[in-house]
Design a protein around this ligand. Structure first.
Ligand code: KG4
Ligand code: ZN
Length: 334
């Protein structure tokens, strides 16, 4: 079964063809990073307009790359939330029009479920259910139990900023451009994580996160000492990243130690972070738990993960109504 996935929830217009929910036949992404970089963050109205420009060319390109026509597609899966309303609407309306015009089944996919499904693409070994998942992106930081496809239980979430948002805001403060997560990560590699003392937030047994205190501590440091350069900049990035990673890892391990899971899945843009990947590798090896992290391109927003999640919804007999709505505030458990 070939599913055409369409993703437009934030700043990537993406389309993919995925076979049987597992094999990526073709994918295309039109990134808007260059457009938003000058503003230091995603501008919702500009994002929506750019999706309008890119969505049909991206779908055409992915069909061409897969060497198929729409008549060979079995279903369409589209991100219907959460995300930016204008951005979501472009993908949803496009998917509805194609599905209606071609008489194809349509599935509305939760973007967060898409991130959790990215580990099932193009791999032999997959996690079994129930497994634990750490979802860390620009908009979300959540610890979730995946009981099955489409059945999720929320164990913990951020009380303020998402982890990726904290990386981006701290990066902006340090004049690093947007998105700053990858740049902070790169600088942190040559920095001394013990150089700057930052607060250890949200210690204790609860599974919620908080990153705004660490972010404010970086802001206070910059106010006192100015924006650092060279080695001092790397040191500050390493110190900040170490605190974020320590919190993500310690909370995830608390949940992991609670009961037996069929592995730990980590996904979302922040799952590209080298410090986080290394720390999770060490901790899961110590516990004899299998760790599943998608490749960096599949951790960030893509349409293959949407097609994958859509495939499993389709198999459960789900179909979106013809008036499928974009739902900017959709949660994983709603
Ligand atoms: O999953 P994603 O592509 O979009 C959302 O659904 O939000 O995540 C984007 C976020 C951005 O905040 C970006 O700075 C962060 O992921 N990110 C990273 C790294 N790569 C991307 N954060 C830390 N280290 C990285 N290497
Ligand atoms: Zn995302």
């Amino acid at each position: 079964m070939l599913v055409l996935g369409i993703e437009s929830s934030c700043d990537e217009t993406a389309a993919a063809i995925v076979e049987d929910g597992r094999r990526v036949v073709a994918e295309e992404v039109a990134s808007q990073i260059a457009i938003h970089a000058g503003f230091g963050g995603v501008v919702p109205e500009i994002a929506a307009r750019a999706h309008v420009v890119h969505v049909l060319p991206v779908i055409d390109a992915v069909l061409k790359r897969a060497a198929i026509g729409l008549s060979q597609v079995d279903a369409i899966a589209v991100t219907c939330g959460p995300g930016l309303i204008g951005a979501l609407l472009v993908g949803v309306q496009t998917a509805k029009a194609i599905a209606f015009g071609c008489g194809l089944p349509l599935i509305g996919v939760n973007h967060l479920e898409g991130h959790l499904c990215a580990v099932f693409l193009d791999v032999e070994k997959v996690p079994s259910f129930p497994h634990l998942a750490l979802l860390v992106s620009g908009g979300h930081s959540e610890i979730v139990v995946a009981h099955d496809f489409g059945k999720y239980e929320l164990l913990g979430a951020t009380r303020d900023d998402a982890a990726g948002e904290a990386f981006d805001k701290v990066g902006k403060l340090l004049g690093l451009g947007y998105p700053a997560g990858p740049l902070v990560d790169k600088l942190a590699r040559t920095g001394d994580r013990a150089a700057v003392k930052l607060p250890q937030a949200m210690r204790g047994r609860g599974l919620d996160f908080s990153f705004s205190g660490i972010k404010t501590a970086v802001a206070t440091h910059v106010q006192k000492h100015g924006v650092p350069t060279e080695q001092a900049l790397s040191d500050l990035c390493a110190s900040f990243q170490a605190q974020v990673v320590a919190q993500l890892v310690s909370k995830t391990m608390l949940a992991l130690d609670e009961k037996k899971f069929g592995g730990l899945v980590v996904s979302g843009g922040v799952a590209c972070n080298r410090g986080l990947r290394q720390a999770l590798q060490t901790e899961t090896e110590r516990r004899g738990v299998d760790l599943f992290i998608p490749s960096p391109e599949r951790c960030t927003d893509n349409a293959a993960m949407i097609a994958c999640a859509g495939y499993y919804r389709l198999r459960r007999g789900e179909r979106a109504p013809v008036d499928l709505k974009a739902a900017p505030g959709l949660s994983l458990t709603s």
